[in-house]
Design a protein around this ligand. Structure first.
Ligand code: 5GP
Ligand code: 5GP
Length: 201
C-alpha cells in the first residue's frame, strides 16, 4: 500500500448491494441483507484513478463512534461479510477516512456518511421504478441510473461485477464535492460496462 497525505478533488460515497458482494466474497450470513448499505466514503481524484489511501493521520478510535452514532451505523454501514461492524469501520477509516482529514475528522466522517445514506433510499427509489432484484431480469445502465438521477437530481455511478453473461450490480456511487456537503454529478469512469446487461438478485 502507498502511504500518502491524501490529496483529493471530490468524494465518492459508495453503497453496495450485499448479495452481489457476497457472491464474490465469503459472507457468514446465509441470506445477505436485501438493501443497499454503505461500503465507504472515498476521497478521490478526477485526473488520477488511483485514489489516496492509507494516509498518515489519526488512527481509528472506537470511542469516537458514540452510542447513537454506533446504532445508526449498525443499520447503514454493517459489515455484510463477517458481521464485525467496528472492524469494517476501522478498516475504511484507516484506508480512506484518514485521507480526508482536511475536510472531515473521524466523527464527522462517520456522521456525514450516515447522513448521506439517509438522504436517499436507493432500494426504495429502484423499487418505485419497478426495478426489483430478480435472477431473470436485466436492465441497461441507463434504466437503473434514470430513477436515481430523477430522485437525487445528480448523476450516480454504477459499478458491476462480471458474472458470466450478465453484469451484477455491485455498487451505486454518489459523488460529493471537496467539502463532502453538496452532492455533484459523477463522471462515468470505472463503472459498469455498456454491455452485457445488468442484473441484481
Ligand atoms: P476498500 O478497501 O476500498 O474500502 O474496498 C474494498 C474492500 O472492501 C474489498 O475487499 C471488499 O470486499 C471489502 N468490503 C466490502 N464490503 C465489506 C463488508 O461488508 N465488510 C468487510 N469487512 N469488507 C467489505
Ligand atoms: P473490491 O471491492 O473490488 O474487492 O476492491 C477494490 C479495491 O480497489 C478497493 O480497495 C478500492 O479502494 C480500490 N479501487 C480503486 N479504484 C477503484 C474503482 O474504481 N472501483 C473499485 N471497486 N475499487 C477501486
Amino acid at each position: 500500500c502507498v502511504m500518502s497525505t491524501g490529496s483529493y478533488d471530490y468524494f465518492q460515497f459508495v453503497q453496495q448491494w450485499p448479495p452481489t458482494n457476497c457472491k464474490f466474497r465469503k459472507c457468514s450470513k446465509p441470506r445477505p441483507l436485501q438493501r443497499f448499505t454503505i461500503h465507504g466514503l472515498w476521497p478521490s481524484n478526477y485526473s488520477n484513478p488511483t485514489r489516496p489511501s492509507n494516509c498518515t493521520g489519526l488512527q481509528f478510535e472506537a470511542r469516537k463512534v458514540y452510542p447513537q452514532l454506533q446504532s445508526d451505523l449498525k443499520i447503514s454501514w454493517p459489515d455484510v461479510e463477517s458481521g464485525n461492524d467496528t472492524k469494517f469501520w476501522e478498516d475504511e477509516w484507516n484506508k480512506h477516512g484518514k485521507c480526508s482529514e482536511q475536510t472531515l475528522n473521524q466523527r464527522q466522517y462517520f456522521e456525514r456518511s450516515h447522513a448521506m445514506w439517509t438522504s436517499f433510499n436507493i432500494t426504495e427509489i429502484l423499487k418505485n421504478a419497478s426495478i426489483v432484484p430478480h435472477p431473470k431480469k436485466t436492465w441497461s445502465y441507463s434504466d437503473i441510473v434514470a430513477p436515481i438521477k430523477t430522485a437525487t437530481e445528480r448523476t450516480p455511478l454504477l459499478r458491476c461485477k462480471l458474472d458470466k453473461k450478465t453484469q451484477l450490480l455491485h455498487e451505486v456511487v454518489f459523488c460529493y464535492e471537496y467539502k463532502a456537503k453538496k452532492q455533484i454529478d459523477c463522471n462515468r469512469t470505472a463503472g459498469c460496462g455498456h454491455q452485457p446487461a445488468i442484473s441484481f438478485q
